[in-house]
Write a protein that binds this ligand. Structure first.
Ligand code: ZN
Length: 334
């Protein structure tokens, strides 16, 4: 692996692979990105150099696959395919910038795809009739749409066997299993299409009778015991939601008696008017009721301020409302 400074600021590889191991006990995923032989050497116990070696919370992979960059990838695909053996256009330079941006992001899927696409491009430059367009499409397809949205639909449609909902494209590429020498851990590896990795990921989740869900509070993807009942990713988020609910409750409880009384009377009048609108039998009465309601609201707001600054008591305000609503009711009953 070497960094070609003149061309592009991302590593140039010969056979870069993406490897993943899922640990449902520790709720972690382990991602390795690098040359196939380096990944194999590393898993055999060597200190081989890798581009990426990262452990992170379960669900991160799906979340990263669910941030589509369809337009950028389409630009890169067209520009690189059209640039082989030709003078480089601004579109080509723009593609390089896009790939560099992807390589420098925190999203490991973006990073893998950037290296892999550049590798394919270099391959196409020295191989006759190389179908670069198809190769880039194969690599980047999962980032053309939102995976998390699809997963949600599959789980809703068939909670027993969500995998049956997947399109055949998911099963048309192979993945390679590599076993680590120590602990015999299984790493699923792909050189181009991420689809078999996605299948492996979901299969692991469903085999444990769990589902992919996004947290009700923070939106993070995690493994949940149900497909369709929204829940929290962690005790922390659950606690946080409890606090938010309590604040909401406290705020409600803090409402003054005059405010609550006003809301009650307001809703009463409002509902009566809605009923009149629905029946639409007496448009004259409706317009009069609406007028009364408008006057009532305006005057109530003015008096509420007086209650707030202490120049009117709660009881006087409530009595006034009682009278006004009484008049309103009388009008409607005539
Ligand atoms: Zn959460």
């Amino acid at each position: 692996m070497r960094l070609n400074k003149e061309e592009i600021k991302i590593p140039t590889t010969q056979n870069c692979v993406f490897a993943i191991r899922l640990d449902t006990e520790t709720e972690q995923e382990h991602i390795l990105i690098g040359e196939l032989k380096e990944v194999q050497g590393f898993l055999a116990g060597g200190d081989n150099k890798l581009l990426v070696n990262e452990k992170r919370p379960f669900g991160s992979f799906i979340l990263e696959c669910s941030t589509p960059i369809a337009n950028q990838l389409a630009d890169v695909r067209v520009a690189l395919s059209d640039s082989i053996g030709k003078r480089k256009t601004p579109y080509f330079e723009n593609s390089k910038k896009i790939l560099e941006g992807l390589w420098n992001s925190d999203n490991l899927i973006y990073r893998f795809i950037a290296v892999r696409i550049w590798q394919e491009y270099k391959m196409a430059c020295k191989t006759k009739n190389y179908d670069l367009y198809s190769e880039i499409e194969k690599t980047s397809l999962p980032l053309m749409f939102s995976l998390a949205e699809d997963i949600k639909t599959w789980q809703e449609n068939d909670p027993q066997n969500p995998l049956y909902q997947l399109d055949s494209v998911y099963f048309s590429n192979p993945a390679l299993a590599i076993y680590s020498a120590k602990g015999v851990n299984e790493y699923y590896t792909t050189k181009d299409s991420l689809f078999p990795i996605i299948v492996y990921y979901l299969k692991t989740v469903y085999n444990e009778k769990t589902y992919i869900q996004s947290c009700k509070l923070c939106g993070k993807l995690f493994r949940a015991n149900t497909a369709n009942i929204p829940t929290f990713c962690s005790a922390k988020c659950k606690r946080e939601q409890g606090k938010i609910n309590k604040r909401r409750f406290d705020k409600k409880a803090k409402q003054t008696p005059s405010e609550m009384a006003y809301k009650k009377q307001y809703m009463f009048c409002y509902n009566r008017i809605q009923k009149l609108r629905k029946n639409a039998s007496d448009s004259e009465l409706l317009s009069e009721a609406e007028k009364m309601f408008k006057v009532f609201r305006k005057e109530a707001l003015r008096l509420k301020k007086q209650v707030q600054n202490g120049s009117m008591t709660d009881t006087d305000f409530e009595n006034w409302m009682f009278q006004e609503v009484g008049k309103f009711e009388e009008k409607l009953n005539t």
